[in-house]
Design a protein around this ligand. Structure first.
Ligand code: HEC
Ligand SMILES: [Cu+2]
Length: 363
């Protein structure tokens, strides 16, 4: 692993599952553009010489507008470029779709942008700044937010980037294909030291990654951190196990569809969790009163990520706090209701038991 800049390269290294397809599309666009630029340039020069004014010749007769040859030519030069550019559209759209849909088995890593650094938290507890350690060959999903302005997490070698917004969670995913060290850039101008908002992705072999994770931070996993925040902040007073309290059951709730008091519904995702904690009045769960106080100003962005990770881990049988997550009394579980819809993307369907998947909430 070297951090020395390589000698002159036209392309960044190709180190993720996306790199070959993005480069393929890019090459296609360059070849198509180059071909037509050269063709047009050649024809301009060729016709200028061929049809130049010669002494003694008058102005030539205009071409017959209705000639069938002219018509065929016009159709050809409209339809062929249209087809060639639609290929760009379809190819580009398919890359965009796959880049915007992280696979379910992806490892989740949290990224917080801040002027001018990247703070990274691993679920297992390790934290780093301007460095991101990932295993080779595994799908990695970044869940990203910003503490201040808009940033953009860009890894050229992976051909992937996404905006990082304050007050929202965006995702980006990739599967590193090659062990090595690659640049991270901020790709959205964010102030004086924007150009210094850089870092390194270290792609490690599975073995090295496990070793690296094992060094940890000694702080415990994010979900465990979230659990102690949950208790410290008094969330647990209302949100009790099984949902008998005055507040909805949070077990098995993440990833499901929530029915709201105004008749609409919303997906229980990262942004909804954040909003529920900071602006509890914004969306009221059907059947509950507006009694939840706001926690705005009481929770740091990183604390918020821990709470989210904790709420995610609740009801996930393979959760980070195994065993302790499931409701103690099975009789609390309802098999129907809004929360029974199996929409979770954080659970592997094959491993979710019937009961935990159907963990309902009190109506
Ligand atoms: C005073 C009781 C109370 C406290 C304390 C409280 N909540 Fe709530 N919470 C509620 C109630 C009631 C609702 C449902 C009504 C609503 O949407 O505001 C709710 C809704 C939620 C939701 C949306 C749940 C869903 O099923 O859609 C989340 C997430 C949440 N709370 C998390 C928290 C967290 C995290 C804390 C601690 C930082 C917390 N709450 C503290 C009472 C409380
Ligand atoms: Cu930035």
């Amino acid at each position: 692993m070297t951090m020395e800049p390589k000698s002159f390269q036209l392309f960044p290294e190709s180190a993720s599952n996306f790199a070959p397809t993005v480069d393929g599309l890019y090459t296609y666009m360059v070849v198509v553009s180059a071909f037509f630029s050269l063709l047009v340039a050649f024809l301009i020069i060729f016709f200028a010489i061929k049809y130049r004014a010669r002494p003694g010749q008058g102005v030539p007769k205009p071409v017959d507008e209705h000639s069938i040859g002219g018509m065929i030519l016009e159709i050809a030069w409209s339809v062929i470029p249209l087809g060639l550019s639609l290929v760009m559209f379809a190819w580009g759209a398919s890359i965009m779709f796959s880049e915007s849909r992280p696979p379910k088995d992806a490892i989740n890593i949290y990224v917080t942008g801040k002027r001018w650094m990247w703070k990274i938290q691993h679920m297992e507890g390790a934290r780093e700044i301007n460095e991101l350690h990932v295993p080779v060959g595994r799908n990695v999903r970044l869940t990203m937010t910003s503490e201040d302005v808009i940033h953009d997490f860009f890894v050229p070698a992976f051909r992937t980037k996404a905006d990082v917004l304050p007050g929202r969670y965006t995702t980006e995913w990739f599967r590193p294909t090659q062990v090595g060290t690659y640049h991270i850039f901020c790709a959205e101008y964010c102030g004086t030291k924007h150009s210094g908002m850089i870092g390194w992705v270290h792609v490690l072999s599975a073995e090295d990654y496990d070793k690296w994770l094992a060094q940890g931070s000694g702080e415990g996993s994010m979900a465990e951190g979230g659990e102690s925040l949950f208790n410290q902040l008094g969330c647990a007073n209302c949100h009790v196990k099984g949902g008998h309290g005055r507040a909805p059951n949070l077990y098995g709730a993440f990833g499901t569809k929530v029915d709201l008091s105004d008749g609409t519904s919303v997906r229980f995702d990262e942004s909804y969790t954040r909003e529920s904690i900071l602006y509890p009045q914004a969306k009221i769960v059907a059947g509950y009163d507006k009694i939840m106080p706001t926690f705005k100003g009481l929770i740091s962005d990183e604390g918020m990520l821990k709470l989210i990770e904790y709420i995610k881990s609740l009801g996930d049988p393979n959760g980070v706090v195994p065993g302790r997550n499931l409701p103690s009394e099975p009789s609390d579980i309802q098999k129907t209701g809004p929360m029974a819809a199996p929409m979770s993307e954080t659970k592997a369907p094959a491993t979710v038991s019937k009961t935990s998947a159907a963990t309902g909430k009190q109506q």
